[in-house]
Design a protein around this ligand. Sequence first.
Ligand code: MN
Length: 241
Amino acid sequence: MTNLNDARLQLVVANRILAHEGVMDAYGHVSMRSPWNPQRFLLARSCSPALVTAEDILEFDLNGNPDHPDDRPLYIERFIHAAMYAARPDVLAVAHSHATDVLPYTVTRKPLRALIHSAGVIGHELPCWDIHDRFGDSNMLVVNMAQANDLAQRLGANRVVLMRGHGFSAVARSLVELIRICVYLRINAAVLAKALEFGDVTYLSEGEIDNICAVDAGAPEVQRAWRYWAARAGCEKLLPS
Ligand code: MN
């Protein structure tokens, strides 16, 4: 079984990769379900993803409360993670991002769908959640479980939920699968914007997306990317050899 230190290091690597690949900037966060207690998840204290270290990783329950409260500030939107793990027992990793390339698809009716093979992992449907529908004029942040549960409901059985004027949240069966989803979601959004300038776009077929999503998260081609992204982000030494 993964020990606490290994789990923390994996999550540090995931943070660094998502920052380095332009999925996250000063803001955004990534978590993993605890390998030893499915009612808990690991998430950093309030800290920009590029700067997260193992000492910043805390354990939270499925209401977003830390197991060992201290005086370090927490992510205001940690409830997103809690609600996703509570709603989806199959989910082992969660990310929330404000990636610029994705934002236009959260505020227009232009659908964000997979059109490049590497982005097939984002799945068939990317519903868009509008916080205003149920919560009226807010500060746009997901700051409690009621809002987070509503977001998780909009996600449904999908892998990505867009958030109007805000960003997206993504879920996966492993950290490395989550990174694939986030990185290629962003790239797909950028390619789609360019392709739409050129003219009509051919998206992946339903069957193509099914086949791409069927690849096991532990497959060699998936692991290869994890090591590559870690090296690019300058943290390969944190991975087990
Ligand atoms: Mn946010």
